[in-house]
Design a protein around this ligand. Structure first.
Ligand code: SAH
Ligand code: SF4
Length: 445
């Protein structure tokens, strides 16, 4: 929209266009849209009294899945468009302007899966700020887990060509980015056109990106256990730039439930993957996603999930109550689990996961780690960064004694470290973050 002279504003009451970008993965996320539209409608009305207009747009997966329903339930919404048509936004504005000029009710709906690739039509990211960035390499999913809307809202798996990704990564690094997270709904199924001809794998792409000078860290998310290929295991052992952290959702520890979920792997398969990863990279930190209360889940099934968690020892995790999604096979299974049981299981699972996360954080106290400084912290003379294991680290520069700062030019503020990797000694750990102090040798950077 920059090409149309649109600029970001800080608050919606001065906006000509407000876009709600939405998530359809669980019901709670989808419901938020309608309450938010209600609030925006008041702003829109009060702007109208001053003779100003405001378009309200709903974008993303709720728009994709429930476009017609949104138009019916929320007349204040002017535009509805899905994740695959963002590049058409300028045209949609033109259409809305034309409707408004004719005195018609503004109504623009675009939930196509167009043949053209949106990435070819979106301008490359410019003016990216900060040392870390996400880079989409793959979209969509062909797995059809029975609880999940992604294959319907995002469509089938599509991978971007390697050349485009390398070019975008280079541009980000030129702008100061030091860490890139490759993104995809099913990222390790990546199979894009290789620069050298043929098909490139995710591992191949990681090797290629590691050649970019100044790109110090790579991560990727989210992966499916079925797509952990041999070359990806190798990459975790071989690539220093690939951070020792992997988000690998398992959903359940019960084979019966995994089968009903159509995950196409067993708990044992998952164990083997974790063992293999740890053989290649013994310090790898693991993260996962879990669903409790999938239809038909018994206490015994749930106990197997807890058992799997005890085996893996997660550094971090996300866990959810099963949420029936319209149009998915699991939503019509009769034996739905009681809400109270879901609540109880979620609490038990989260207590265990939190305990593990805290223990993992505690285990790094006293160690010195490379931390990428991302932004200013809340306290004075503090920067906030991430450890190789994706832990948030608050780094206190105020605690430095005079001797330690001698080699550094005392006239330069601590903020000069922003966007850099710094050796940090971890002094304490909480459940969600670490505290550390910089180890400044004067020659280390
Ligand atoms: N592609 C990833 C993640 C997709 S969605 C994967 O294969 O795992 C992110 C997470 O949301 C999922 O891992 C799952 O744990 C959760 N999720 C998806 N659908 C859900 C539903 N209907 N109810 C509750 N949680 C759900
Ligand atoms: Fe959804 Fe992930 Fe399963 Fe694909 S693999 S259907 S995105 S949970």
């Amino acid at each position: 929209m920059a090409g149309r002279d649109f600029t970001p504003v800080d608050s919606p009451d001065t906006a000509d266009l407000v876009i709600l970008n939405t998530c359809h993965i669980r019901e709670k996320a989808a419901e938020k849209v309608f309450s938010e539209v209600g609030r925006l409608r008041q702003l829109k009305d009060s702007r109208a009294k001053d003779g100003k207009s405001m378009y309200i747009a709903v974008a993303g997966c709720v728009a994709q899945a429930e476009g017609a329903e949104i138009v019916r339930r929320a007349p204040a919404v002017d535009m509805v468009f899905g994740p695959q048509t963002y590049h058409r936004l300028p045209d949609m504005i033109d259409r809305a302007d034309a409707q408004q000029a004719r005195g018609q009710t503004v109504r623009v709906l675009d939930t196509d899966f167009p043949a053209e690739d949106k990435f070819d039509h979106l301008p490359g990211k410019t003016g990216h700020k900060g040392a870390t960035a996400f880079l989409t390499v793959q979209e969509g999913c062909d797995k059809f887990c029975t609880f999940c809307v992604v294959p319907y809202t995002r469509g089938s798996e599509v991978s971007r060509p390697e050349a485009d990704i390398v070019q975008e990564a280079q541009r980000l690094v030129d702008g100061g980015v030091r860490e890139i997270t490759l993104l995809g709904q099913n990222v390790n199924a990546y199979h894009g056109a290789a620069q050298a001809g043929g098909t490139q794998s995710l591992a191949g792409l990681l090797y290629r990106l590691s050649e970019i000078e100044g790109l110090e860290r790579l991560r990727y998310t989210t992966s499916h256990p079925r797509d952990m290929s041999d070359d990806l295991f190798e990459a975790h052992g071989a690539l220093d730039t690939l951070m020792p952290y992997l988000h690998l959702p398992v959903q359940s520890g019960s084979d019966r439930i995994l089968k009903a979920m159509n995950r196409r792997h067993t708990a044992e398969d998952y164990h083997r993957i974790i063992d293999r990863l740890r053989t290649k990279r013994p310090d790898i930190a693991l993260s996962g996603d879990f669903i409790v209360g999938f239809p038909g889940e018994t206490d015994a099934d749930f106990e197997q999930t807890l058992e799997l968690v005890r085996f893996v020892k997660y550094a971090q995790a996300y866990s959810f109550k099963y949420s029936p999604r319209p149009g998915t096979p699991a939503s019509v299974i009769e034996e739905q689990v009681d809400e109270a049981v879901k609540t109880e299981r979620l609490a038990a699972l989260q207590a265990l996961l939190n305990e593990q996360q805290y223990a993992f954080n505690q285990s790094v106290v006293g160690h010195t780690m490379r931390v990428l400084m991302e932004r200013e912290g809340k306290s004075s003379a503090q920067l906030l960064g991430r450890s190789p294991y994706n832990q948030a680290v608050h780094v206190d520069f105020a605690s430095l004694s005079g001797a330690e700062t001698l080699d550094e030019s005392a006239t330069q503020p601590y903020t000069r470290h922003m966007g850099r990797l710094l050796d940090v000694e971890i002094v304490s750990a909480g459940p969600n973050s670490l505290r550390g102090r910089p180890v400044l040798t004067g020659t280390s950077f």
